[in-house]
Design a protein around this ligand. Structure first.
Ligand code: NDP
Length: 297
């Protein structure tokens, strides 16, 4: 079994390097490529040539243009990486009869209401990043290739920067913080996403009828304000020198950004849990583990 992993050094890609390695021969690329292989999703010709040369049984695409605000101006690049590259991967996967495993986002939804989004709900992205991700999903589905698309939300990893690390840094430096309290979602660890991906791949190889779109997020829900408070309380109880005394809860409208964000980022994960017999742990357990990894260093 030959697996080609794209985006190997992103949050999810890094964890996939670990979780996919027992499945078969793993060829992992970042945007710089190696051995003459192209891992740059903005180079569609190079990407296609690489897929034809490697001839993988499974393509796992963890690469994406994820700079949500910058995507409002770098629209062409975001569309190329998040949508046109998916078209190339899907066409080549179909030609090779390979599986294409891809990731998408709750940002394909408009964030209305408070009901967790189901896979059958209509997409209506609020920003250019969301549009590019929605198109990427659709070209994969339309191509007819064997695919798994996992929509996830509020992803974090212990490696690199993340919201929790930023909040801890600010909490050490300032006595007051203001954090958005009307966007609700579920912080989801890159390790959980990678582990579920690997379990699901093992299962679909035996049961290809399970191909499709799935929502993948940790259990429970929280606002960014609640998430920040959890992180800061944990850091304080862990002996960190925390200066912050007040964490103000603010509305999205008080913190304007170039890209609009959905208020309701809740994802209904019943389909995934049923199809793959999974239990998704609550968001606190993964965040606590990540905080321990950072703070116990
Ligand atoms: P990261 O931003 O951590 O990783 C994305 C990776 O893609 C980076 O390694 C980046 O490389 C790479 N990349 C960017 N542009 C290119 C390019 N032109 N060619 C090749 N590689 C490129 O994202 P995550 O790991 O968090 O995201 C994984 C998936 O999950 C993505 O599909 C994302 O859309 C989705 N998702 C993420 C969420 C989140 O909160 N992060 C929420 C919901 C969904 P470099 O570092 O060199 O730029």
């Amino acid at each position: 079994m030959k697996i080609l992993l794209l985006g190997k050094n992103g949050q999810v890609g890094w964890e996939l390097q670990r979780s996919l390695s027992p499945l078969g021969e793993l060829i992992s690329l970042d945007r710089h490529g190696e051995d003459g292989l192209c891992g740059d999703l903005s180079d569609l010709v190079g990407l296609r040539a690489t897929l034809r040369r490697v001839r993988p049984d499974i393509i796992v695409n963890a690469a994406a243009y994820t700079a949500v605000d910058k995507a409002e101006v770098e629209t062409e690049l975001a569309d190329c990486v998040n949508a046109q590259a998916c078209q190339v991967m899907a066409e080549e996967a179909a030609a090779l009869d390979a599986w294409l495993i891809h990731y998408s986002t709750d940002y394909v939804f408009n964030g209305e209401g408070s009901t967790p989004w189901a896979e059958t709900d209509a997409v209506a992205p609020l920003n250019r990043y969301g549009v590019s991700k929605a198109v990427g999903e659709q070209v994969i589905i339309d191509s007819g290739c064997k695919h798994l698309i996992f929509r996830t939300s509020w992803c974090y990893g212990a490696r690199g920067s993340n919201f929790a690390k930023t909040m801890m840094r600010l909490a050490r430096e300032r006595d007051t913080l203001s954090v958005i309290a009307d966007q609700i979602g579920s912080p989801t660890g890159a390790d959980l996403i990678a582990d579920v991906t690997t379990l699901a791949i093992r299962r679909v190889l035996q049961a290809p009828e399970l191909a499709g779109v799935y929502h993948l997020a940790a259990g429970g829900e929280v606002s960014w304000h609640g998430y920040a408070s959890f992180v800061i309380d944990f850091a304080r109880s862990h002996g960190e020198a925390i200066a912050v005394t007040t964490i103000n809860a603010i509305e999205t409208s008080a913190y304007p950004t170039p890209a609009r964000r959905p208020l309701n980022s809740r994802l209904n994960t019943h389909k995934l849990c049923r199809a793959f017999s999974l239990h998704l742990p609550d968001w606190q357990s993964g965040v606590t583990r990540m905080l321990r990894e950072i703070l116990d260093k």
